[in-house]
Design a binder for this molecule. Sequence first.
Ligand code: TPP
Ligand code: MG
Length: 819
Amino acid sequence: MPKSILIEPEVVFARQTIRFYDIPVNAYQKSVQEELASYSPDDFLSIWRDMCAIREFESILNEIKTKGAYKGVAYNHAGPAHLSIGQEAAAVGMAFSLAPEDHIFGSHRSHGEILAKGFSAIRRLSDAQLMEIMTSFRDGALLHPVEKGYQGTVQGLALRFFTYGAYSEIFARETGFNRGLGGSMHAFFAPFGIYPNNAIVGGSGSVAPGAALFKRVNRKPGIVVANIGDASFGCGPVWEGITFSAMDQYRQLWDEALGGGLPIIFNCMNNFYGMGGQPVGETMGMQFIARIGAGVNEDQMHAERVNGYNPLPVIDAFRRKKKMLLEGRGPVLLDTVTYRISGHSPSDASSYRSKEEVERWQRADSIPAFRSTLVENRVVTEGALDEAKAAIEATIFDMFQLAIDLDASPRVAADSELVGSVMFSNRRVEKFDDREPEFLQDLAGNPRVQQIRGKIRTPTYAGKPVLKMKAYNVRDAIFEAILHRFSVDPTMIAFGEENRDWGGAFAVYRGLTEALPYHRLFNSSISEAAIVGAAVGYGLEGGRVVAELMYADFMGRAGDEIFNQLAKWQSMSAGQLCMPVVLRISVGAKYGAQHSQDWTALVHHIPGLRVVYPVTPYDAKGMMNTALAGTDPVIFFESQKVYDFGEMFVEQGVPEGYYEIDLSEPSIKRKGKDLTIVTLGPALYTAIAAADQLQARFGLAAEVIDLRSVNPLNYATVVKSVRKTGKALLASDAVERGCVMQTVAANLTQLCFDDLDAPPVVVGSRNWITPAAELEALFFPQPSWLLDAIHERILPLKGYQPQTNQTLEEMVRRSRLGV
Ligand SMILES: Cc1ncc(C[n+]2csc(CCOP(=O)(O)OP(=O)(O)O)c2C)c(N)n1
Ligand SMILES: [Mg+2]
């Protein structure tokens, strides 16, 4: 859909041509004299001073990395330093006219952008605001060391505070912006509008659009800038972020009052190099990054190339583009040309470029060039420039020395649990804003709500099992929990592929289209990286979001966004950011190798993610409720095998009201004393079938425990059961090698060693591709496999004839062949 957009053959097949307009390259040609009306002498001075400050800040890093000392002060910095010496004009030009509420995201090479944005914010905030930020930020932890003995202005104090926080962060000190957990490549300081910088090339390209989305949906002021390198435009997620930002719907379908296109500038810090590869002439073919805009939308993203070796064209461009964004005409692409005089990192041997080239750019260096322009045009005196430079350099040198002083700026103790303490935020937030949640209709009249009201929520009705058509099922359970949070938290949004109109690929959202305005539920482009990346950006800005991947097999398309972005920003921020993002991932079946794999193991392995996999209506509703009240990223797996299953275990049925289930507690689904079967995912139902046979044929009472949660996981219930029975079989639909259950089995071996009659046994799917629907019984664990494994490896069953080979010899054979 949307049904309002009609596709007409006569129009589609009419003869026409696609027109492009010219993309400006270096259009700005004003002299300083012509700019006198736009800048005060103080502005000019500040611009140059900021450039000098960045140069000094990074020159110190360069000297200590390459020579071990600066001005006789020795320091060994173990970590990285990707310097941007040469790029100062581009950074200052980018930040100069931004307000504190404009948020920048960056890359591994963003010291300069961080500093420039911080200096710009310090100039714009009042003394009272600055004092409030400095005293409240981590209870003054960064302020105390820099205010001792300082007698100057509040702005001067803020400069000390800010440069000290930056150095401390780079040197992994407690007094860093992020307590040293971010470091050089991930440092940020949100109070000044400086948001995460990303060591994954192009990482900000998919995350920053989510921040822009947050501003639109929640009517927040300001714009978002994604500062990314020229080589990052070869990264898929950057293209996806651009596509996501340029969707027509913002302007064509969303309520006009929200403000139109996403307010985002993709600002290419174009220094002509990746590390050593050259996008122009070697690794890409577009010649001008600005050209990309032409392929994106009719506005061509208002793309432009500007001279970033001079701050004024960049400031001019940012002023014009910001105005466009505030008018709802985003997104924008800027190709800001600069040059990295420094190496990629201090170990760079510069084998990929000639000395002559570097020297030519050094001769054109923006810092002396801009100074000459100001002096020649009598805008600022040499004395004023020298004085400003000397003052800021002194501050920076002082702050460097303070940051390397272990007494003033300690590292976290060697036995510290700091990192562990910030892996999860563990908070509970009912709603992230107090405004009224927006709906299009009264929910009582919603057809889906009415339909669910007529369903049976208990395992039996009038003594008989409930028909599938009548049963309140897993789909309904997830819907109810999500609808509840939509009605409580006005920031809550959901998006993914086919989320609107279609009702979600598996009909979980059916009914929501009628209930919610576009900006709360929308279809995204088929851009898994951008779906997850944007959810990350939205979450870290302080909004609640449910994003969806249609199949677990598509996680690969969003690998970085799940593994490095969603999982890591809470801890890299030392607990300052939270990540209230639920990522729904549906696990398929019947669709063969690329649509039917359970990939719980992948996210189980990644620190920083909560991972759950409920398979009953009671669990699905309770766990989704908990996930949507928390502040941590939750990977919420769902199984296509069980969407239409009714409740089979909770006799009282699934409550109509709100309840929560702990996201780390396994659940006993059937009590027993002879053997423990632990399951994850739909293997629960396989285990129940096996348990029925054990009872009927062998008089054995199996205790069946559904893990439900993968991480965090409380072992207490499982351990208690296994100690009681002395026997453990673990089953899931994931392929057996490296699956979650292998970790659980290994842990149970240690936790229950004295009580075990046999080592815990894992039964999973075969280590194959998932075959066609007709052949799935060869692949997914069947009840008989469980019985066979019990018989062969745990407890011989009297008179039992195994149907498959579950012996240890077979395990070794399969392993040897890798299948
Ligand atoms: C996904 C990813 N691939 C490769 C790298 C290694 N790497 C770090 S910086 C870099 C070059 C990036 O070039 P560009 O985006 O132009 O930024 P610049 O370094 O020029 O500022 C590479 C390849 C990485 N950090 N992330
Ligand atoms: Mg580059």
